[in-house]
Design a protein around this ligand. Structure first.
Ligand SMILES: Cc1cc2nc3c(=O)[nH]c(=O)nc-3n(C[C@H](O)[C@H](O)[C@H](O)COP(=O)(O)O)c2cc1C
Length: 355
């Protein structure tokens, strides 16, 4: 079987695999360039690039400069397709998007909030905008708003289902009914919404599914149901190239199914993480002291937050996992070895071809 390519606007990736953005330094230039070199789309996560000890006024500048550095480093290692993921909940989201576009990034993925104003920030038509949604309703709201306000549509939609890692676009109640909100159920609804705008704008709007996709067979199933590609994150953590600490990867390797839990993040959204010492200690302590000069997340309720999520994720990045939060997808427990990105993608493509 010939491996289908993934077309997004004017961009064609040789394989239908997007490596999902993983915040607070999990997906930086090393992982991203390795994926891009294999023909996929590598996504730099723009959240959490500032030094938490920086002076307040330096913080935003540092986040921007470090994002630019990562884009340059990724480009030095790869001529492939590089995307930037921006969380709508970030207080400096606009600044990061403008910096990425100035650096010539042609793919912007935006989630963790509704990117209703995104087209306003970007005049260049060659920049492809991909909202990340978790329902047909969210897709419809974004596409109708963009259509009315900006007379433009999305260049692709990332549909993230309930099995994903990190922050989730579902309520705790919805997460208790995974069968009702599975990708297989959500995908036709999103395809139906997208069809209206495909007809109106006379072009394909690829839908890329994410969340719990683990094998080439999973990819084949998604493609057979109408997805144009898949976004995968969890599996890329346990690669040699992934930018995060060895301790973070080790926590994935050691995790059992029951260790992968839903948490309530200080951002106000549920998230999926490994129930490690940090989370167990938090259950006892209730709350950790927070020093917050920046308000990096506009949605973060600092006075109510039980811990600083930026610091907790940063600790894990550096290897202090006992004081850190480890985001992971539902299937993280199925990973049992660290491989290279080349090996992982070869395995996925062989399974996809066989399926
Ligand atoms: C460690 C980790 C960090 C993540 N950080 C982000 C992020 O910063 N922004 C975002 O939009 N999605 C984030 N995600 C979600 C992924 O991009 C992806 O859509 C999802 O995890 C796919 O499901 P999978 O991990 O089962 O493959 C994160 C996921 C993980 C595992």
């Amino acid at each position: 079987m010939e491996i289908p390519k993934l077309k997004i606007g004017g961009i064609t990736a040789d394989i239908p695999i997007v490596q999902g953005g993983m915040g607070v330094r999990v997906s930086l230039s090393s992982l991203v360039s390795a994926v891009a070199n294999e023909g996929g789309i590598g996504t730099i996560a723009s959240v959490g690039l500032g030094d938490l000890d920086a002076l307040e006024q330096e913080f935003e500048k540092e986040c921007r400069e470090n994002l630019i550095k990562e884009i340059h480093k990724a480009r030095e290692k790869s001529n492939g397709h590089i995307a930037v993921n921006v969380m709508a909940a970030l207080s400096n989201a606009d600044d990061l998007i403008k910096a990425a576009v100035n650096e010539g990034i042609k793919l912007i993925m935006m989630g963790a909030g509704l990117p209703l104003r995104l087209p306003r920030l970007i005049e260049d038509d060659s920049v492809n905008l991909l909202p990340i949604v978790s329902s047909g309703r969210a897709a419809s709201l974004i596409l109708s708003t963009w259509d009315k306000r900006y007379e433009r549509t999305a260049d692709g939609i990332i549909l993230e289902g309930p099995l994903a890692g990190g922050h989730l676009g579902f309520s705790l109640e919805q997460l208790k009914q995974p069968e009702k909100y599975s990708l297989d159920i959500l995908l036709p609804k999103v395809l139906e919404v997208v069809k209206v705008y495909e007809d109106k704008y006379g072009r394909k709007i690829p839908v890329i599914t994410a969340g719990g996709i683990f094998t080439g067979q999973d990819i084949a199933r998604m493609l057979s149901k109408g997805a144009s590609g898949v976004q995968m994150a969890t599996r890329f953590v346990c690669t040699e190239e992934c930018d995060v600490s060895q301790e973070f990867k080790q926590a994935y390797l050691e995790a059992e199914k029951e260790d992968i839990n839903i948490i309530q993040s200080p951002v106000g959204l549920p998230g999926r993480a490994i129930r490690n010492k940090f989370l167990k200690d938090l259950e006892i302590k209730g709350r950790l002291k927070i020093r917050c000069p920046y308000r990096c997340l506009s949605a973060c309720k600092v006075s109510e937050a039980r811990y600083c999520i930026a610091l907790a994720l940063l600790n894990s990045y550096f290897g202090d996992v006992d004081h850190g939060l480890i985001f992971a997808g539902e299937n993280a427990y199925r990973i049992n070895k660290i491989v290279t990105v080349k090996e992982l993608i070869a395995e996925l493509l062989a399974e996809l071809a066989a399926a």
